[in-house]
Design a protein around this ligand. Structure first.
Ligand code: MSP
Length: 513
């Protein structure tokens, strides 16, 4: 029985401070971690959430040189901006791995020895194209006009002696593994969403995999992990980086067998990545694991990009927006809500502040904030702040009321189904908002102020009791997405007596167009 959940994010390059794109993956992973911790069949101790930083390689070395710091000082400084941001965004990671840590370096070297001794690494000459900003080699077949197929910047041509990992040996194995959904139906989610699975399979079935160059000569790049079987090389940063998913949570023993609580058959292992690093995660990584004799992850989910005016947001393009500025302006939970709600996970999204304000005013201020505020106000006005003490099951409502009662009892399943099955955060939130909207409509139709005037005390009491329940269940269900708002609602409603605070989401005035 699978009752544990291990979730990872990519480890971020520390050549610059984090932007919205980086925070997106961490917020999504955090939401999943919180969701599984809450589940009775998993629970707090059965969830492990890992994030971290990728600190070696040419890109980092160059940034350190530009900052006139030595590489270690530089990474020690920048890593703090990531750690601080995760704290601000309520990211509940259990561990934070840095690739310059001893535990990681040791595991990378051990993994290389194991694969080398197995005969899956050999020495050869590398001649070809290399993109320094992306830290990626490109085969001639994929290069047009000497530009990087990914970032479109000029490639450099290099020729040097290096070590190669036999990806080609495992090509057919990987194709068969991905395709074997007849014996393993759940494997349909091994690479997700489906479009990405098709993309990877298409690539594997139509190209011959070239072996992966996994070393860099020290004379060209010193900032890396020394290759255990060559004094002249350091490890290619991607081979180094991918190992973080095992180095943070386990160890190899003397016989080369890997031990970890989080890579066992009873664990659901999920890697969240951006679509630009899908090839590394869906081709290199499964083959590395197979060569190391470690089980495969259950899912490698590639999300889309946040774009600005049709361009990917990135530091190098100079269009990156700082999460901290947005959080200062709109609050942590608004930021989290916006990213997870506005775009289905997997697709690209257009980022704009107008879009945040629109979501804020419509969904948060008008719908959720208003439902809480008007309910608390009625409890204050009619019952001096005491929540009507009625058993909901025993009350018979009119049709609209019964519909809400039903929505309340089925919300958990409706809301969490989409994230449990395919990480569809937007749909989950949509389901929760269906209940909020039903409840607001119910207030408008019932006109409680008339019930009060006409002394329909029992009806008024039942009506308010139902709203309280709708809010409680909403608060519980938004917890993984918006932990602070969830706690605030639960506190304000209280067990018996309310504690009304300031409005959760005071409307933002915009200039009407
Ligand atoms: N260090 C590698 C990952 C190694 S994982 C073993 C790396 N780092 S990165 O800092 O460049 O990017 C990390 C992640 O941020 C990627 O998943 C990437 O897709 C994501 N994003 C960077 N810009 C993005 C957007 N504009 N939108 C959404 N996510 C994007 O790659």
């Amino acid at each position: 029985m699978v009752n544990k959940f291990y979730i990872t994010t990519p480890i971020y390059y520390v050549n610059a401070s984090p932007h919205i794109g980086h925070s997106y993956t961490n917020i999504a992973a955090d939401t999943l971690a919180r969701y599984y911790r809450q589940r009775k069949d998993f629970g707090k101790d059965n969830v492990w959430f890992l994030t971290g930083t990728d600190e070696h390689g040419q890109k980092i070395k160059k940034a350190a040189d530009e900052a006139k710091l030595n590489s270690q000082e530089f990474v020690d400084k920048v890593v703090e901006t990531f750690k601080d941001l995760w704290k601000t965004l309520e990211i509940s990671n259990n561990d934070f791995i840095r690739t310059t840590e001893e535990r990681h370096i040791k595991t990378v070297q051990r993994a290389l020895e194991i694969v080398y001794n197995k005969g899956d690494i050999y020495e050869g000459k590398y001649e070809g194209w290399y993109c320094t900003p992306c830290e990626t080699f490109w085969p001639q077949t994929q290069v047009v006009d000497n530009l990087c197929p990914d970032c479109k910047r000029p490639l450099g041509k290099i020729s040097e002696s290096n070590y190669f990992f036999k990806l080609s040996k495992y090509q057919q194995w990987l194709i068969d593994y991905i395709k074997d959904t007849a014996n393993h139906p759940e494997r349909i989610n091994f690479i997700a969403p489906l479009t990405r699975r098709n993309e990877v399979l298409g690539f594997l079935e139509n190209n011959k995999l070239e072996d992966l160059c996994i070393s860099r000569p020290k004379e060209r790049l010193s900032w890396g992990i020394p290759l255990p079987f060559s004094g002249k090389h350091v490890v290619y940063v991607w081979f180094d980086a991918l190992i973080n998913y095992i180095s943070a949570v386990g160890e190899f023993d003397g016989n080369g067998v890997y031990h970890s609580k989080w890579w066992q058959p009873d664990v659901k292992v999920a890697h969240l990545v951006g679509k630009d690093i899908l090839r590394h995660h869906a081709v290199y990584w499964p083959i590395m694991l197979e060569a190391l004799g470690i089980r495969q992850p259950d899912t490698i989910f590639a999300h889309g990009w946040w774009m600005i005016d049709q361009n990917k947001m990135s530091k190098s393009r100079g269009n990156a927006v700082s999460p901290l500025d947005l959080v200062k302006q709109y609050g942590v939970d608004t930021y989290r809500y916006f990213l997870l709600r506005d775009v289905p996970f997997g697709l690209d999204g257009n980022f704009s502040e107008e879009a945040i304000v629109k979501r804020f005013n419509a969904d948060l201020a008008n719908d959720l904030g208003n439902l809480l505020y008007r309910t608390l106000t009625m409890i204050e006005k009619y019952y001096q702040g005491n929540i009507p003490d009625l058993e909901l099951d025993k009350i018979k409502f009119n049709e609209a009321g019964e519909k809400i009662k039903k929505a309340i009892s089925t919300l958990e399943q409706a809301a969490y189904g989409p994230i449990a099955i395919n990480f569809d955060f937007s749909l989950s939130l949509g389901k929760i908002w269906e209940l909020i909207n039903l409840a607001n409509k119910y207030v408008e139709e019932t006109k409680p102020w008339n019930l009060a005037k006409e002394n329909k005390t029992e009806e008024l009491k039942s009506f308010i009791r139902l709203l309280v329940e709708a809010l409680r269940v909403t608060a519980r269900n938004i917890y993984p997405f918006m932990p602070l708002t969830s706690e605030s609602i639960i506190q304000q409603i209280g067990e018996e007596k309310i504690k009304k605070g300031n409005p959760l989401f005071p409307r933002i005035e915009t200039k009407e167009k």
